[in-house]
Design a protein around this ligand. Structure first.
Ligand code: SF4
Length: 567
């Protein structure tokens, strides 16, 4: 193969990922530099700042509930309410319900972490679409359609990121439109690629950034956006539910946020530390909509959009080291999320802003050494973000014994500032909780549908309220160039066909919310494994929950993936 000649672009600061953390960071840095120069301080600062993003347009891969706590935004853009931002809907009321299969019990008091007075029901995608042009106006060059595929190192110092090649076919050969990726070299690289990003996976392992902390815990959120007839629910209503369709052994709950009187965000969050190898998050969301409470609200409505994402829920004790030589980690990449409040946007933004303040100091001192970048960790430790995360430091872990024990522990944590009965509360990584079919169902796995040990029959979907996965994926507007290498790298297919089938019944076909992994029966017995990578909504669940940890989610060719709207 011809040797690839790559262009190298030198910048001072490189932000990887155009999510809320990095956009807030770039905005804060731009503002600090502008104010510094307006004050006439020396040296005059003229940094080259770049941001790369894997989606074709900023915001297309961004998905969240979301109820926004404006604390960080108030610091970043104090007059944001006066502008034309997507902050139209204040929360008008909070409700927490405990659901049984047919019934519901309203909690008489909304627990303080779920009280949302003064917060906004938003589409996070719309928020980043609003913020990105303001960041560009500050001189930050944003390059959508450029995924980072590898960190660049000089020894143990991070010196930038390589972007992905374009125009490689499914066999790894160059096509006529081949364009090599670029080496973006930077004095400091800020990685904010979301939960379980492929760059951070390699970076953390190589530099040992999470070697001395607790394993990260994740959850998957599957979400639908609905249009419903007026009069069903008050605009700004925020409803959280516990119980059905989750079993009491499973961590999670549902949310319904009324973005207006006729547009609803509806989703289910499930801890990726469940035991049942046949658990299917997308199917559970369809079951949820069959509950009388949701059914009444959604009847006559229309599904507008679908998506899925993972959330880092391990909390304070799972935070990796936030910096290394040449690099800072922000947002969901570093697990800035408060599981107790089901909120992370404000924490992610704050992390980006603290990173920006550290970089500003480095620019002023002309010193990008590790010692200067370590100031990011110190700033975090002195911030309200640390205080907030500290109060929720054992939250998700406390549900290891199931919902009811978890609620008691969470109550005790609230009373003791996060301490509870165990501090720190250690639990194994999420995938280690999954049981084999034999262990969970008491029978060996059987491939034939309907037999003992087979996966339960899938829910029958009516196409108006409940949808099969492919219909939902259609509503995520996902597409990838078909003639490219598969970006889901399964390192040992023999293990999938043999041991995983016997032990777990191939759980990838259930936990993937986009029907990427398909096991098709063959004539004469046996089954074939097919990876429909073009369906992938980039949620990373497979990378996290595969019981053998042999799936690597990698970045596909730039621009591929979901095209979320108002998500
Ligand atoms: Fe998510 Fe993996 Fe399925 Fe893609 S293949 S949608 S990352 S679970």
């Amino acid at each position: 193969m011809t040797e690839t000649v790559r262009e190298t672009l030198e910048v001072d600061v490189l932000f990887v990922g155009a999510g809320p953390a990095n956009l807030a960071g770039a905005y804060r840095l731009g503002r600090l530099v502008a104010e510094h120069n307006q004050r006439g301080e020396s040296p005059k600062l003229e940094p080259m700042i770049a941001m790369i993003e894997k989606s074709a347009e900023v915001g297309q891969h961004v998905l969240s509930g979301a109820v926004l706590d404006p604390r960080a935004l108030d610091e970043l853009i104090p007059d944001f309410r006066a502008g034309d931002g997507p902050f139209h809907q204040l929360v008008t009321g909070d409700t927490v319900l405990l659901l049984t299969r047919r019934g519901k019990l309203k909690l008489p008091i909304v627990p303080p972490p779920l009280q949302n007075h003064g917060k906004y029901v938003v589409s996070l995608g719309d928020v980043v679409r609003w913020l990105a042009p303001q960041v560009s106006d500050m001189g930050v060059q944003i390059f959508p359609g450029f995924p980072g595929v590898a960190m660049l190192y000089d020894g143990t110092r991070v010196v930038g990121v390589r972007t992905g090649d374009k125009g490689i076919d499914s066999k790894g050969q160059r096509k006529g439109n081949f364009e090599p990726g670029i080496d973006l070299r930077a004095k400091v690289t800020v990685v904010g690629e979301g939960a379980r990003g492929s760059l951070c996976k390699e970076l953390f392992a190589r530099l040992g950034l999470h070697s001395s902390v607790q394993p990260q815990l994740y959850a998957i959120g599957v979400k639908e956006l609905w249009e419903v007839p007026a009069g069903r629910i008050r605009a700004g209503s925020v409803v959280h539910t516990l119980g059905y369709p989750l079993k009491s052994e499973e961590f999670g709950g549902a949310f319904l946020y009324a973005m207006s009187e006729t547009q609803l965000s509806l989703g289910l969050v499930i801890g990726l530390d469940y035991k049942d190898p046949f658990l299917d998050p997308q199917e559970r969301l369809q079951q949820l909509k069959g509950h009388p409470f949701f059914k009444t609200i959604l009847a006559g409505g229309k599904l507008l959009h679908y998506g899925a994402a993972t959330l880092p829920e391990g909390g304070y004790y799972s935070l990796p080291k936030l910096w290394a030589d040449g690099v800072l980690v922000v947002g969901d990449s570093a697990a800035f999320l408060n599981g107790m409040r089901l909120k992370g946007i404000h924490l992610g933004m704050k992390s980006g802003m603290l990173a920006a303040e550290t970089i500003y100091e480095a620019l002023c001192k002309r010193d990008f050494s590790a010692a200067t970048l370590a100031g990011y960790e110190r700033r975090f430790q002195q911030s309200w973000a640390k205080q907030e995360l500290w109060k929720a430091r054992n939250f998700h872990q406390a549900f290891a014994g199931g919902l009811y024990a978890g609620l008691v522990h969470a109550g005790l944590q609230l009373l003791t500032g996060g301490r509870g009965l165990r501090d720190p509360w250690r639990v194994p990584a999420g995938h280690e909780h999954m049981r084999t079919v034999q262990e969970y169902y008491g029978r060996p796995y059987a491939r034939a549908a309907g037999g003992a040990g087979a996966a339960p029959d899938k829910l029958k979907c009516d196409g108006t309220l409940a949808f099969d996965k492919l219909t939902d994926v259609y509503h995520s507007d996902t597409s990838h160039e078909e003639n490219q290498p598969c970006h889901l790298v399964v390192r040992d297919l023999d293990l999938c066909h043999d041991r995983c089938t016997r032990e777990y019944g191939n759980p990838c076909q259930h936990f993937c919310p986009a029907s990427v992994y398909e096991w098709l029966p063959q004539e004469g017995g046996g089954q074939t494994f097919q990876i429909n990578f073009s369906n992938c909504v980039h949620c990373k669940t497979c990378d996290i929950m595969d019981p053998y940890q042999i799936i690597d989610w990698t970045t596909p060719e730039g621009g591929g993936g979901p095209r979320y709207v108002h998500m």
